[in-house]
Design a protein around this ligand. Structure first.
Ligand code: C2E
Ligand code: MG
Ligand code: MG
Length: 631
């Protein structure tokens, strides 16, 4: 601020004092002062409000009011103008009161000199400047405080949020860890212990037996039979559902201390603790099989879960879970080879069998290439209505150079797995049709004989099948209707569309198609309409059951009726007893095949049988089961 511009307001009701003050100011040497004068309290306040005033001089007495009130009111107006109180007499109490209301200085009129006034003015203004600076500092401090406060609040909020997030993260992480720990040792689909946990538990049991030999336990490897059929036929979702249900059933069936685990795919492991003998483990397996026999309903389809099981018992002195598992697996593979739904307990003699299996496959390869070790046996199919042999089913045999005559149960699985069944099946087809033709030619009575040939699923995939059938019929001169190709029920689910297409082409040639083993797979009556079959073969297990159980009898009756309504022939398989044959007769089931009449026969036996009946001049090839008894 330029000193010449200093504007002073004097609030003084005495004009003489104004003149005096002006006189004093005029005498001040350094500064240029402009003095404004107001004679009343109100005008003084007004002047203070509406002008730029640098410093204010107030008389202690203005009209009826005091300078102290003036200062108080002005500072109430937030005026930053420094106030100097002027009094007539030195009075200490006024001095104190003036300081209290915020006066910058206190001057006694009588002793005022220009120097004193000037000094007081200078200090007052300086003091005001300090006050302004202080006020500004206060304001910025307050602002900083405010900012700090908001920042603190914000930080607190952020901190709370971060804390919350952290807490969430910690629980999440804990949960994830738990899940990881669980899923690391459990199968996600069935929630059963997985292979790792199973091995661990078996190892613990192995450890216990090495410590105390009177503790016997067993492990069982359970492998579902034909699970692929469910998966391929009904889809993975259904397959998973079946697996989950089976795992529940297995778990419900074992004792609390035992472990059921999923070892992978359609394979489960069961650890059976504290058993008396190997037999107990077998009984346990049988109990599980019984439980699984209850059909599972998936998408209105009844699925029958059968399993093969291999058992290893701790009495063989295992040192590790792995070797025990391996033996249980070997036993399971043995069970599978012998057919479905079997249970085998491992014994030492099985150890060499795995090697034996590989050997068998290479033998089969050799036999297929050479083609002189296979034979066909023929089982007569009886026509109950006419009391005669209506035809034969060709059944494959392998005359193994060392092992002797082998039935399909002993090598068919290997033949299928190695796909050797395709060339073998081709040979079966040609040989069976050739044989039929030669028998048909023996006598006019044989002219109506038919031949059934089993066809593997891999042959259905073979592009040459249709041409093989066509050319075989053409070369031999066998009427297409005399050849019946049998397709096992369980094959139908694998690729229904493709299978239907192949079947239709076979039908076009005029060949009959049989649905084989009906009732063993995932029996579905809709197959009878869905696929172009002309013959339905009721499985042996049904034939056996119907003679024992009224309800099964009615099931077979219903199947028979339905097949007849659909224009199909019905063949009952595996009739062994007179009672079974009687049951079938009472149902008016036309065709029957089984040991009751005859087992599968070598071709020369069939030829002899045909010739005998020709010689007897009888169109009836069999009336009773004489051959069955003889065979
Ligand atoms: P499948 O086609 O159902 O044949 C009937 C099976 O039941 C035959 O067993 C037959 O010997 C047996 N059987 C017949 N009557 C009775 C009976 O009264 N009681 C008992 N317990 N069994 C009886 P086999 O010859 O061992 O054949 C087993 C299966 O092997 C056949 O079942 C068929 O699915 C398959 N198979 C046989 N030959 C061939 C073949 O050339 N090609 C293909 N792909 N499969 C074949
Ligand atoms: Mg068959
Ligand atoms: Mg069959």
């Amino acid at each position: 601020m330029a000193e010449s511009e200093i504007r002073i307001l004097l609030v003084e009701d005495d004009r003489d004092d104004y003149v005096l003050t002006q006189g004093l100011l005029d005498k001040c040497s350094d500064s240029q002062y402009e003095l404004l004068w107001e004679a009343t309290y109100g005008a003084g306040l007004e002047a203070l409000r509406s002008n730029r005033i640098d410093v204010c001089l107030i008389d202690y007495k203005i009209g009826g009011r005091t300078g102290l009130e003036f200062i108080a009111e002005a500072s109430h107006d937030r005026s930053a103008v420094p106030m100097i109180l002027l009094t007539g007499a030195r009075d200490r109490s006024i001095d104190i009161a003036a300081t209290r209301v915020g006066a910058a200085d206190f001057l006694e009129k009588a002793s005022l000199t220009p120097e004193l006034l000037e000094r007081s003015l200078r200090y007052a203004m300086r003091h005001a400047e300090d006050l302004v600076a202080l006020e500004q500092a206060r304001a910025s401090l307050a602002e900083a405080n405010d900012q700090l406060e908001t920042k603190v609040q914000q930080r607190t909020k952020e901190l709370l949020e971060a804390n919350e997030a952290l807490r969430f993260e910690i629980t999440e992480r804990k949960r994830a860890e738990q899940l990881l720990r669980h899923s690391g040792l459990h199968d996600p689909l069935t929630e059963l212990p997985n292979r790792e946990l199973f091995v661990d538990r078996v190892n613990q049991s192995v450890g216990r037996t090495t410590r105390s030999s009177d503790k016997t336990f067993a492990i069982m490897v359970v492998n579902l039979d034909r699970f692929r059929v469910v998966n391929d036929g009904l889809g993975h979702r259904a397959g998973n559902e079946v697996l989950s249900l089976i795992s529940c059933r297995l778990q419900d069936a074992v004792r609390p201390g035992d472990t059921v685990a999923r070892l992978g795919g359609d394979e489960f492991g069961v650890l059976i603790e504290d058993i008396a003998a190997a037999e107990s483990a077998r009984q346990c397996a049988q109990r599980l099989q019984k439980l699984l026999e209850q059909p599972i309903l998936i998408d209105a389809q009844r699925v029958y879960a059968m399993f093969s099981a291999g058992i290893a018992v701790s009495t063989l002195g295992y040192c590790s879970a792995e070797s025990m598992l391996q033996d249980a697996r070997t036993a399971m593979a043995n069970a599978k080879r012998r057919g479905k739904g079997r249970i085998e307990v491992f014994d030492i003699s099985m150890r060499s069998n795995t090697a034996g299996l590989l050997e068998l496959e290479s033998d089969l390869r050799r036999a297929t290439a050479q083609g002189d070790e296979f034979e066909l046996h023929y089982q007569p199919v009886m026509d109950l209505r006419q009391g005669r042999v209506a035809g034969f089913e060709a059944l494959l045999r392998w005359r193994h150079p060392e092992r002797g005559l082998l039935g399909p149960g002993e090598f068919l699985q290997i033949a299928e797995e190695s796909r050797l069944i395709v060339p073998i099946g081709r040979w079966v087809l040609k040989e069976a049709v050739r044989q039929l033709r030669s028998w048909q030619k023996r006598s006019p009575a044989n002219d109506a004989l038919f031949m059934s040939v089993n066809v593997s699923r891999y042959q259905l995939d073979d592009d040459d099948l249709i041409e093989d059938v066509r050319s075989t019929l053409e070369e031999t001169g066998v009427k297409p209707g005399d050849l019946k190709l049998e397709i096992t029920e369980s094959v139908l689910m694998i690729d229904p569309d493709k299978t239907t297409a192949v079947m239709e082409r076979l039908n076009e040639i005029g060949v009959c198609l049989s649905i084989d083993d009906f009732g063993t797979g995932y029996s579905n009556l809709s197959y009878l309409r869905q696929f172009p079959f002309q013959v339905l073969k009721i499985d042996r297990s049904f034939v056996r059951a119907m003679a024992l159980d009224e309800e099964d009898f009615r099931v077979v009756q219903a199947i028979n009726t339905l097949a007849v309504v659909l224009g199909m022939e019905v063949v009952a398989e595996g009739a062994e007893t007179a009672q079974e044959v009687e049951c079938l007769r009472s149902l008016d089931c036309q065709f029957v095949q089984g040991y009751y009449f005859s087992p599968p026969l070598a071709p020369d036996k069939v030829a002899k049988m045909l010739d005998d009946s020709r010689d007897r001049g009888s169109p009836t090839l069999f009336l009773d089961n004489s051959l069955a008894r003889a065979g």
